[in-house]
Design a protein around this ligand. Structure first.
Ligand code: NCD
Length: 311
């Protein structure tokens, strides 16, 4: 297969396992490219991409921008804090204004779940979801599974644990979909108050005791507490959260330093969900995830642009 089955990347939910394999194989090629002295290829030379960020972001925005530039696309950037959205313009009007400048693709981060699906039904451009509220963050899940495949050879059959604020995390939901499509087993762990009520219907295991969960898994993905999305208090204090759900060397010592692969999507809150010692250890692949993010995003943009070129 050489084409994606979808015209947009709105969520992992809409991808087939074959789509994900195609993205990974394409990313392998781009990973070679970005490790060469000349890191740029002309693949997207006639494509213009708008990065629309209606919510704060550091690494995702930089990663997309770098991916676009390494593919030689023309890039325009927009962030909500400096835009006419503040003057009352609607999302559709904002985007249609940008598209009338002959933009082919839109990469959008938005605080509202479903914003990119909404946009894809109403405007004439390829849409890539860079995170829509607490819903999906598909490129993060792709780069996470890609990084597991790189470290462990394959994703199929691996036991992957996701720890933390499952309720507010788009990274958790997209990871669950991606890992299951690739044949991994998934367990989630966190305080009961941060566990969605429907979680079991997603076919994942649920464990509330982190030590038990760590015994089970090959990979642990430690999530950040999404304080910006929490309108009430979900646990007594960050100190208590760390005692129950923080990954520390003490915890790993109790498991005889089990050779777990440790992941984090960033930004890290050192000393909260993960200790510095662990974050900086050889078991952590956090910076590999960041590196792979550029190659995986290049693959997604390249595959969507191929569809534009072939009509
Ligand atoms: C994540 C996000 O924005 O959802 N970060 C990211 O994309 N690198 C996770 C987070 O903010 O905790």
């Amino acid at each position: 297969m050489s084409e994606l089955s979808v015209p947009h990347l709105l969520g992992i939910k809409y991808l087939t396992p074959e789509d994900i394999e195609l993205i990974f194989n394409t990313a392998d090629n781009f990973k070679d490219v970005i490790n060469r002295p000349i890191k740029k290829v002309p693949s997207l030379r006639d494509i213009t991409i708008a990065n629309l960020f209606f919510e704060n972001s550091t690494r995702t925005k930089l990663s997309f921008e770098l991916a676009e530039k390494r593919l030689s696309a023309d890039v325009i950037n927009f962030s909500a804090s400096s835009s006419s959205v503040k003057k009352g313009e609607t999302l559709i009007d904002t985007v249609n204004n940008i598209l009338s400048m002959k933009v082919d693709m839109v990469v959008m981060r938005h605080p509202n779940p479903g914003a990119s699906v909404f946009l894809s039904e109403r405007v004439d451009a390829r849409i890539v979801n860079a995170g829509d509220g607490a819903h999906e963050h598909p490129t993060q899940a792709l780069l996470d599974s890609y990084s597991i495949r790189e470290r462990l050879g394959e994703v199929k059959g691996k036991r992957v644990l996701i720890v933390g604020d499952i309720l507010h995390s788009r990274v958790a939901l997209s990871n669950i979909f991606a890992l299951q499509k690739l044949g991994a087993e998934v367990m989630v762990c966190g305080p009961r108050t941060l566990m969605p009520k429907y979680i079991e219907s997603l076919g994942v295991r649920v464990e509330y005791n982190l030590d038990e969960a760590l015994k089970w898994c090959d990979v642990a993905n430690m999530l950040r507490i999404q304080l910006e999305r929490q309108d009430i208090k979900y646990f007594p204090s960050l100190r208590e959260y760390t005692m129950m759900y923080g990954l520390t060397m003490d915890r790993l010592d109790r498991l005889n330093r089990k050779d777990l692969v440790i992941m984090h999507p960033g930004p890290i809150n050192r000393g909260v969900e993960i200790s510095s010692e662990i974050a900086d250890s050889n078991q952590a692949i956090i910076l590999d995830q960041v590196e792979n993010g550029v190659a995986v995003r290049m693959a997604v943009l390249y595959l969507l642009a191929e569809q534009i070129k072939h009509g």
